[in-house]
Design a protein around this ligand. Structure first.
Ligand SMILES: C[S@@+](CC[C@H](N)C(=O)[O-])C[C@H]1O[C@@H](n2cnc3c(N)ncnc32)[C@H](O)[C@@H]1O
Length: 732
């Protein structure tokens, strides 16, 4: 396009002055076919193409056996550590942006396509600002509010930092990746409410094409109860679910529901002599005379007084009512529902059942990249679909793990098939992933970080840890007394590779004691990484960085406590060739909510639950403002335990990852040096049953020396592992 000289001059001047261009130039400068387009601050068509390897953290093949187990024939190829059976469902911990790009362009894509591709995606992104990371956790009779951890807070800021603008950027990129992953005959359901409904339609039109819009479903999720009606508007009652297809040739199966015989519009009000219920008010419409004669001969025609003919339809012969766009027959998960997990944004299984039945067949792969409590996966398993689901919250992954094990247990009891599932991590193999993308916390910290992100971040941590900075090292950042200090990334969990790099530098420089500080550690990292370090002469201590490092007041008061990772004690019980494991102690050292600050801020007559150095304490103030009670809620060490499980033969299955060789494009299999935890027995608390067993069943094992791994997940959703060596069949 040729612009007049004066316009070119104006544009150049504005650009030189760093000012925004008036809107009219947008369409003049960038030729575009789109007639209507949704624009927001920060919109970009760029989509990540990062591929990271998926690491298998845990494999759940067989829900727990209720009786003592006998030796079973091998299910696995010991040479390669590979499962010999077909598809394994996938529960993936990580930001779905990288999960999606790694699925799209990584080696797992071939496996997905070999299984027919992804036929259905349901997503329920966090459309209610802040609803997902703060969670009520039960301890005895008390409820304790778990605050988001640093990683969750960062994700929250990514999504909501600039309000709807940043939400749209987040979801636009993910939807684009999902479109690329979806099979040609696949569909996507996107759940939202009034807050984002209008803009999400625009985004979906752009990503999937207006021509692929199928339905806007209205789900009546709420009920107006007394006080909830508001004076100046109608009560809010519904959520919206947008259904788009990848192409016009998508799979769809109509859904029918039972006739409501008590309903206002019920037409099945007649009974014949045998008691069969029928309706007789359907006009014959376009039926041919032959067809009508045939109906008549079968006694299926009713004649009204004025001679009109109506078709008689028996209730037991009709399919039911075809379900339309208004879904008012599925209620929210209520307080006492069996399916309730306690996850704040959990959706009802009946909703997902309807979606899965309409848009997928048995054996199809169904995905949910905002897994939450795992509703989609649970329903998929029950309906015989394969599934992939992901979430970046550890607590969500843990909630889903328990739920999915329960589904396996239920199906097993009913004698039905169920599939194995694995819990995967995204492996991070490039150093720049640790450094880049450092995010802000508050305005002051942010401006400080801006100058030199990594250095400023490290100094902040070192100051709170009371360590001195050191320079000239690859991974060392500080020194405290006679120990070297390394610091993990702010925005990602510490991975095995990161920890290995620290240990390698220790060995190289003759350092024997090192503290590795991090907000989060990859699942299953310890204790093996510490054992490996110790074998190389390095005492590696892993410590959690508290959130209080960003709170100057807490740092100045010395209340930013770096706590150790949890500690487990177990005891092996042998009976001939059978082994049972008992959990004998567990300690955590968390702190959440500084007690002195809580005491100061507490209202008279109020109470609050805090965690101080691994103890959950309820602090109460009387009506005169005196702190008159500090009640210890965690009375026993096992109050902390939400879940524990055992792999009776930890080293029999190596963790193999597949990476595409950049030069040849071929997939390469590499052993990470770690093993996959095979979840063979587990005990956990549910909302319905808060008890937990502390001793496992006896499992018969082949004679010899073996490593037994015990994994414990605490009530915060954090996991720790302990590996013990046991000799089976040894004379005692
Ligand atoms: C509304 S909840 C989903 C609830 C779910 N439908 C259920 O029935 O339990 C949204 C979930 O998305 C997760 N989430 C938010 N941002 C994410 C991201 N970038 N990657 C993966 N998960 C994310 C949150 O942790 C939260 O669990």
């Amino acid at each position: 396009m040729k612009l007049p000289d004066n316009e070119i001059r104006d544009i150049t001047k504005l650009l030189e002055e760093g000012k925004p261009l008036p809107d009219k130039y947008r369409f003049m400068l960038f030729g575009d076919e789109r007639e209507i387009e949704l624009v927001w601050n920060g919109k970009s068509q760029e989509v990540t193409n990062v591929v990271m390897p998926f690491q298998t953290i845990e494999h759940v093949d067989e829900p727990r056996a209720e009786e003592d187990l006998r030796v079973q024939p091998e299910l696995f190829d010991l040479e390669t550590g590979r499962q010999l059976k077909g598809w394994t469902n996938k529960l993936i911990w990580g930001d779905n942006k990288f999960v999606l790009s790694s699925l799209k362009s990584g080696p797992l894509r071939d496996e997905i396509e070999a299984n027919g591709g992804i036929k259905l995606i349901y997503i329920d992104p966090p459309f209610d600002m802040g609803a997902d990371f703060t969670m009520n956790i039960e301890i005895g009779d008390e409820v304790f509010l778990k605050e988001p951890n640093v990683l969750e807070e960062l994700a929250y800021r990514d999504t909501w930092g600039k309000g709807q603008d940043s939400f749209l950027s987040m979801v636009f990129e993910r939807l684009t990746l999902m479109r690329d992953l979806l099979a040609d005959d696949g569909s996507i359901y996107v759940h939202c409410d009034w807050r984002l409904n209008s803009v999400l339609r625009g985004v979906l039109d752009e990503v999937f094409g207006k021509e692929n819009f199928v339905n806007e479903l209205v789900w009546k999720s709420g009920v107006i109860k007394g006080g909830r009606g508001v004076a100046n508007k109608f009560g809010k009652l519904v959520d919206y679910i947008h259904l788009y297809s990848k192409s016009r040739g998508y799979f769809f199966q109509s859904i029918y529901k039972d006739h409501d015989l008590d309903g206002q519009h019920n037409k099945f009000v007649h009974r014949d002599a045998s008691g069969r219920i029928y309706s007789r008010d359907t006009p014959l419409g376009n039926y041919s005379p032959e067809k009508i004669a045939e109906f008549d001969a079968r006694g299926r025609i009713y004649r009204t007084k004025n001679g009109k003919m109506q078709l008689i339809r028996y209730l037991d012969e009709v399919k039911g009512l075809s379900v339309g766009e208004l879904w008012d027959d599925i209620s929210q998960v209520n307080q006492v529902a069996i399916e309730r997990t306690g996850y704040p944004t959990q959706k009802p299984e009946a909703l997902l059942s309807r979606i899965l039945e309409a848009s997928s067949r048995q054996g199809d792969i169904v995905c949910d990249f905002f897994c939450g409590s795992g509703t989609t996966a649970a329903v998929a398993e029950k309906l015989g679909r394969k599934w992939i689901t992901s979430d970046l919250g550890k607590f969500a992954i843990h909630t889903a793990r328990k739920r999915l094990i329960n589904v396996q247990r239920e199906l097993k009891v009913e004698g039905k098939d169920f599939r194995a599932f694995e819990i995967l991590n995204l492996g991070r193999y490039e150093r720049n992933f640790f450094i880049s993308g450092l995010e802000e916390f508050d305005a002051k910290t942010a401006s400080q970080l801006e100058r030199n992100k990594e250095l400023a971040f490290n100094n902040l941590i070192l100051n709170a840890y009371k360590a001195e900075p050191v320079s000239g090292f690859r991974t060392f950042r500080g020194k405290k007394h006679n120990r070297i200090v390394a610091i993990g990334p702010v925005n990602l969990p510490v991975s095995r590779l990161f920890a290995e790099q620290v240990v390698a530098e220790c060995v190289e420089k003759g350092v024997t004691k090192v503290d590795l500080l991090a907000f989060e550690f990859e699942m299953g990292l310890f204790p093996s990484i510490q054992d490996d370090a110790s074998a190389r002469g390095v005492d590696l201590v892993l410590k959690h960085i508290p959130k209080e490092v960003f709170d100057k007041r807490a740092v100045d008061r010395g209340e930013a406590r770096f706590h150790d990772v949890a500690y487990i004690e177990v005891k092996a019980h042998l009976n001939g060739l059978s082994l049972s494991v008992e959990l004998t102690n567990y300690s955590v050292f968390y702190t959440q909510g500084i007690t002195s600050i809580t005491e100061e801020n507490l209202k008279n007559g109020g109470s609050q639950v805090v965690v101080e150095n691994g103890q959950v304490i309820k602090i109460s103030k009387d009506k005169d403002g005196l702190v008159n009670q500090r009640e210890l809620l965690t009375k026993n060490w096992h109050d902390w335990i939400d879940y524990w499980s055992i792999d009776f033969d930890f080293t029999n299955r190596k963790e193999i990852i597949r990476i595409k060789d950049k030069k040849t494009g071929e997939d390469k299999e590499t052993w990470t040096g770690d093993f996959i935890f095979e979840n063979e027995w587990q005990s956990f608390r549910t909302r319905q049953d808060r008890t937990i067993e502390l001793k496992s069943i006896f499992k018969e094992l082949p004679p010899g020396k073996r490593k037994v791994a015990v994994k414990v997940v605490d009530i915060f959703g954090n996991d720790t592992m302990k590996v013990i060596t046991v000799t089976i069949g040894e004379k005692r």
